[in-house]
Design a protein around this ligand. Structure first.
Ligand SMILES: C[S@@+](CC[C@H](N)C(=O)[O-])C[C@H]1O[C@@H](n2cnc3c(N)ncnc32)[C@H](O)[C@@H]1O
Length: 193
């Protein structure tokens, strides 16, 4: 005879706590959904900072300077003193190269992963005391304190950037642009292609 449940309780022998096949399947479903969902969130979190610069009004994607371009920048900096800033510093290679030359160098970069990598890279190269990196939107930062400004930009940003730097920089500051010139400023020196 089956046991009669005590008041408010369940019959102990007849109620199995062992998961049925349906319960097992539901548990696996939840685990798979959790793993797939978690992985998608991770991919999204890593990929989005690389995609968003391309979706902005001024599309400035991560295209790092090559070694010739870095060498040309260093040539332009060799006669200079004061601090160096790279606007949109990517993985930090220009800032680190300038720091190795003894400059106090700073990078502003929208992508937090690239900033984290740049800090690690600077530490690996032993120049973390001379190299700083900030997660910032270049249009919201004032560059007035810098004597040497490096920008590896895109054509559509050069006019607004020219106006911004014109109002912010000191008269004896130097601006080094890689590849794309400013629309009105006449360069006093050009190197490379
Ligand atoms: C052409 S890459 C140059 C990277 C680095 N300066 C170099 O030459 O190796 C431009 C960089 O600017 C960053 N960027 C794009 N929009 C930005 C913004 N509004 N503020 C700061 N950085 C930005 C991108 O994420 C990218 O890393």
């Amino acid at each position: 005879m089956p046991k009669v449940p005590e008041e408010g309780g369940c019959p102990k022998d007849d109620f199995h706590l062992k998961p049925t096949t349906g319960t097992k399947r539901r548990t696996w479903g939840l685990v798979v959904t959790g793993v797939v969902g978690g992985s998608l969130i991770e991919v999204y979190a890593v990929a989005m900072p690389f995609v968003t610069p391309a979706l902005r009004r001024v599309c400035l994607p991560f295209v790092p300077a090559n070694s010739t371009q870095i060498e040309n920048i260093l040539k332009m900096l060799r006669t200079r003193s004061g601090s160096v800033v790279d606007i949109g510093s990517g993985d930090g290679r220009i800032v680190i190269a300038a720091a190795k030359e003894g400059f106090q160098a700073v990078g502003y970069e929208l992508n937090p992963w690239l900033v984290l990598y740049s800090r690690y890279h600077a530490w690996r190269e032993g120049v973390h005391h001379n190299a700083s990196f900030y997660v910032s939107d270049l249009w919201k930062v004032s560059f007035s304190q810098y004597m040497n400004v490096v920008i590896f930009g895109v054509p559509q940003m050069m006019l607004p950037l020219e106006r911004k730097l014109q109002t912010e920089l000191q008269d004896n500051a130097r601006v080094i642009t890689c590849r794309f010139p400013f629309p009105h400023w006449i360069p006093n020196h050009t190197t490379g292609e």
